[in-house]
Design a protein around this ligand. Structure first.
Ligand code: FCB
Length: 440
């Protein structure tokens, strides 16, 4: 028996507020032999890339066990489920049938489907350095919309183009494992262009309610010294504004556009195609100071010595098993900051990911984390930010990219030998918290 932590009741959210959980295809599906390979399969096969030497060939075997997972979603009482559609699977015979079955199962269980069209598992033959990949992505979006559009609630084009650019192409910690540093910028531009083209393709296919899942986190300068503030501002441009300014303002932050290939001005018109809502993935703020001229170990990454900033340890906060600081109030700050920066150009916001990695089934720390972040979200609402939904990362423990299976983000524990699912204490907490919300 798990003792449930007694937390005070959460504040009431407005009727119609959307509660959900998130996953992604590569991290849970398995059944790798039944789809084309992705850049993640190739990367994983390279020795030393995945910390525990594992692969996602089986993962949680969600491909075969999805009815059990949908039952877990229904038991949790969420309104919606954010999952991703694997592009290589869609390209494989019978691949779309799987998503068709999943979406039917969700609808039958009263859980609204919210698919993401790209969550990092690029077909192996494609490359984001090539502009053509953007057009191919729009075709992919149209194919999926054609098949699932009659039952989908909300669409998400891309997941975290910032992390995919930074980790996959600039630092080489994720697939496809390139270490291009600032030469990775076209990857950012091509993903943003892909987003805009996909918004148009989805609309042409009759789909609506379209957004993106962008990662955001406040950047805190290490001190008030001008060199620290300047370095923090640069970091903020790279990780936050490079991806939100083009989408919401139709322009790149100063100094970036010049570094990009092609007719950037005309691409920006496509990129800024209006969205129906804006998805925010939030995990942690980052403290940044002037460069220190040494390599830095940060969150499992080795950052080169010659960057124009240095990431510093954020002291004074509890940390998750991943070492990420737990700072709920930074979520309020972030949302209020987005509202201040983008004003009426910011569409209604949905938190598309928020969560933490902790070991154990009696995961009281996860309960405290979620409780704190939901309250912080409510404070943003009280301060006038139009937030319409909150999705927990993640429904279940899964393949955490380069970390393998070592990081457990789930509300449901997965035994990777037997694939048995066991709801954690946080699952029961969220279920009860949602029951206590007056929902329509
Ligand atoms: C996000 C990713 C998601 C998961 C969480 C922990 O950056 O979108 O797939 O790995 O981090």
């Amino acid at each position: 028996m798990i003792a449930r932590m007694a937390t005070n009741p959460l504040p009431q959210f407005p009727p119609g507020f959307l509660w959900g959980v998130s996953t992604s295809a590569h991290q849970i599906e398995g059944a790798a032999e039944e789809r084309d390979p992705s850049v993640w399969d190739a990367f994983t096969a390279e020795p030393g890339r995945i910390k525990d030497g594992s692969t996602a060939e089986v993962a949680c075997d969600h491909y075969h066990r999805y009815p059990e997972d949908v039952a877990l979603l229904a038991g949790l009482g969420v309104d919606a489920y954010r999952f991703s559609v694997s592009w290589p699977r869609v390209n494989s015979p019978g691949g779309l049938d799987f998503y068709d079955r999943l979406v039917d199962e969700l609808c039958a269980a009263g859980v609204r489907p919210v698919p993401t069209l790209f969550h990092w598992d690029l077909p192996l033959e494609l490359d984001w350095l090539s502009r053509d990949t953007a057009a191919r992505f729009a075709d992919h979006a149209a194919v999926v919309a054609e098949r699932l559009g009659d039952r989908v609630m909300k669409w998400i084009t891309l997941n975290e183009p910032a992390e995919h650019t930074l980790l996959g192409h600039a630092l080489g910690a994720h697939a496809p494992g390139r270490r291009l540093l600032f030469d990775a910028l076209p990857v950012a531009h091509h993903q943003l262009l892909a987003h805009g083209l996909a918004v148009r393709a989805l609309r042409a296919a009759g789909a609506g309610d379209i957004g993106i899942a962008n990662s955001h986190g406040p950047t805190w300068a290490a001190s008030r010294r001008a060199e620290d503030v300047e370095a923090a501002d640069f970091y903020d441009v790279l990780l936050n504004r490079l991806f939100s300014d083009p989408l919401l303002l139709g322009r790149y932050p100063e100094g970036i556009g010049e570094l990009l290939p092609g007719d950037v001005e005309s691409d920006l018109k496509v990129i800024a195609e209006p969205m129906d809502w804006y998805g925010v993935n939030y995990y942690q703020p980052t403290k940044v100071g002037a460069p220190e001229g040494t390599e830095i170990e940060f969150s499992g990454l080795t950052l080169p010595a010659d960057l124009p900033f240095s990431v510093r340890e954020l002291e004074g906060y509890p940390v998750t098993d991943f070492g990420w600081p737990v700072v709920p109030e930074a979520l309020t700050e972030l949302l209020v900051g987005l509202r201040e920066r983008y004003g009426d150009r910011l569409p209604p916001v949905v938190i598309t990911e928020n969560g933490c990695s902790y070991e154990g089934i009696d995961d009281q720390e996860r309960i405290a984390f979620l409780d704190g972040h939901v309250r912080a979200l409510h404070r943003a609402l009280e301060q006038g930010v139009d937030v319409r939904g909150y999705f927990v990362w993640s429904l279940m423990d899964n393949f955490e990219w380069a970390e393998g299976y070592a990081r457990r983000f789930g509300l449901v524990h997965v035994d990777y030998d037997t694939l048995e699912r066991t709801p954690k204490a946080s699952y029961a907490w969220l279920r009860d918290a949602l029951r206590a919300q007056a929902r329509r």
